[in-house]
Design a protein around this ligand. Structure first.
Ligand code: ZN
Length: 595
């Protein structure tokens, strides 16, 4: 035990800490206060592995509640306010004099002088959603000022505060842990399994899985050493690992800050979530073994880099993390995984390489792609079939894809054959252009056409957008899978849910409506009281529209004027207008009695 600990201290811990410390030194320490009253409590770490993106900030726990005060992390100027139905919902950006910007998302409401400004801005522009970037210094805030209340607005699936620290100049998102925001944590991450792949002509074959446990490993602290030597034939290999972090007082596992692979003490590959650009977060689909994730719902993080993967968090050798084993060599592989607090686990695997062997899996794979057309990363590829036209962009794929295309008969509810374009188990980065031909559609229905998508496994159709022109419906595709043309001529529905006193703002009345659309989706929701535009909050994830009764629509002077003319009505008329993405409209009026 002593020997191993000594080796660990001498060789590996410094290697990791040199990296981490160098990273942390670049950033100001403890400049920003925690934006909530509680102690640092992470629901989701920086760079967490999400469907289609790396988490671009950290999620701070609000104990399942909304309405906690959110504080400015340091002195600064408000530089941007963004209100949207999805995404970060109600968000606020503050520029600080030290060159960093803090971002606060999913707010329930804004507080302080900015709240009034936003309310006015929405009424002047008659829009709930807006994205205002202030080119000149706007409102100043002091460290600790309440700028809003925490909430669950936008694309949030439970109350929390989404918090980011960005470099103001580059807009790169920085790991807040490197600026001192680290919750107390002494638990080591774990390496659940290591996957070993062989490379074949632009493809990957899973050859072996190693699941370390107390039987096949010698375990000393968090340092695991495989008892048995790993035998492989001479070839080029890639490695991947399933690894998680654990923190106190949380049952669910988190994603790690950094992991790496060393071969005989030389770095082969390292991924470190120091900072990255917002636009890079989709590289998650190349970072993971995407097909494995699609099939098994398990996220294997690769220790090698696809040709089309430009994620900036990697350090790798000249082979981009791919390991070439020569006949009869031996040595050891060291897998390492660390959290932001520096807690680290290690897995050492001794290996012995045999001679070059014929590999049946490789032959089977090569036969499976024989004669198939290919899509290459970095190139435009045109694909044309009767009734179908596809243009793949240079960044559409991460690696060469030998694809299949099938034309299936027209299915019930669709207006074109179904074009089965490869498989949704292969990721797409940049959306591609896709056009499908339609025959004999009456003129008045042409504007109601759009593309439908379903993944290779289900028959569930979802809208892929697109518009009709000259006999074709043209749109974009974000996934491989099945495409066809459908018609959406059905308007959204509007239902009154409840009119009640507001829990969030007890002095006002709150009106909730349910709106739903059958296919293309809700494009716009507008509301009026006695003909004057009112501010509605539309929450797509709950199909809910909320109006909080305020006085803007009906000012005191209007009331005086109306009463002077003897026109004080006994009720107000609230009108809702809803339109979907194919121009199908619905509207309804509701009477609100005056108290
Ligand atoms: Zn978040």
């Amino acid at each position: 035990m002593r020997v191993i600990s000594f080796v660990r201290l001498l060789l590996f811990v410094p290697l990791f800490f040199v990296g981490l410390m160098a990273s942390a030194q670049k950033y100001p320490q403890n400049y920003f206060r925690y934006p909530l009253d509680s102690l640092p409590n992470l629901a989701s770490p920086f760079g967490g592995l999400r469907p289609n993106h790396f988490h671009s900030g950290i999620d701070l726990r609000t104990n399942g509640k909304e309405g906690l005060p959110v504080y400015a992390a340091a002195d600064g100027m408000i530089s941007r306010i963004k209100v949207q139905r999805g995404g970060y919902g109600r968000a606020i950006y503050i520029d600080h004099p030290n060159g960093y910007t803090t971002v606060y998302g999913h707010l329930q409401q804004y507080k302080g002088p900015v709240a009034q400004w936003i309310h006015q801005y929405q009424y002047i522009n008659e829009s709930f959603e807006f994205d205002k970037i202030f080119l000149k210094p706007f409102l100043a805030v002091k460290k600790g000022d309440t700028i809003g209340l925490s909430g669950n607005s936008g694309g949030s699936s439970g109350p929390h505060l989404h918090y980011e620290i960005r470099n103001t100049h580059t807009e790169n998102i920085v790991n807040p842990g490197l600026l001192g925001l680290i919750p107390f944590d002494t638990l080591d991450p774990a390496i659940e399994q290591v996957l070993i792949y062989k490379f074949v002509t632009e493809g990957l074959i899973l050859k072996k899985k190693i699941v370390p446990n107390s039987k096949n490993c010698q375990l000393i602290d968090s340092f695991w050493v495989m008892k048995d030597t790993l035998f492989l034939d001479a070839d080029t290999y890639g490695f991947g690992m399933e690894t998680y972090d654990f923190i106190h007082n949380s049952k669910d596992h988190k994603d790690v800050f950094t992991y790496s692979l060393l071969q005989n003490n030389k770095l082969v590959f390292r991924h470190m979530l120091d900072n990255f650009a917002f636009s890079e977060s989709k590289y998650i689909n190349a970072h993971l073994d995407f097909p494995y994730y699609k099939i098994n719902q398990t996220r294997i993080q690769k220790c090698f880099v696809d040709d089309g993967n430009e994620f900036s968090t990697y350090t790798f050798d000249k082979r981009r993390g791919k390991v070439r084993f020569e006949p009869n060599e031996n040595g050891e592989l060291l897998f390492q995984s660390s959290d932001i607090s520096g807690n680290t686990c290690y897995l050492k695997i001794p290996y012995q390489i045999t001679s070059v062997q014929p590999d049946l899996d490789k032959i089977v794979y090569k036969n499976s792609i024989l004669g198939k057309p290919a899509i290459y990363p970095g190139k435009v590829t045109h694909i044309s079939r009767p009734g179908l036209d596809i243009k793949m962009k240079p960044k559409s794929v991460y690696d060469t894809v030998y694809y299949d295309i099938e034309i299936n008969p027209t299915k019930k509810g669709t207006l074109s054959p179904e074009y089965a374009f490869h498989t949704s188990n292969v990721p797409i980065h940049a959306a591609f252009d896709i056009a499908i031909k339609v025959d004999s559609i009456p003129d008045y229905l042409k504007s109601k056409l759009l593309l439908a998508y379903s993944n290779s496994k289900s028959n569930y159709l979802s809208s892929a957008g697109g518009t009709y022109s000259n006999g074709w419906v043209r749109g974009t595709g974000s996934n491989f899978g099945d495409y066809s043309v459908v018609l959406d001529s059905i308007a959204p529905t509007i239902k009154k849910m409840r009119f009640k006193n507001d829990d969030d703002a007890s002095d006002s009345l709150r009106f909730d409506f349910e709106i739903k659309d059958n296919f293309s989706g809700i494009k716009s929701v507008t509301g009026y009281i006695n003909g004057t535009w009112i501010l509605l909050d539309y929450d797509p994830k709950n199909n809910q529209v909320t109006y909080r009764f305020d006085e803007v629509y009906y000012s005191e002077s209007d009331k005086l004027k109306a009463s002077a003319e003897g026109l004080v009505p006994s009720f107000l008329v609230l009108k809702l207008k809803v339109e979907d993405y194919r121009g199908n409209k619905n509207e309804k009026e509701f009477e609100i009695p005056l108290r």
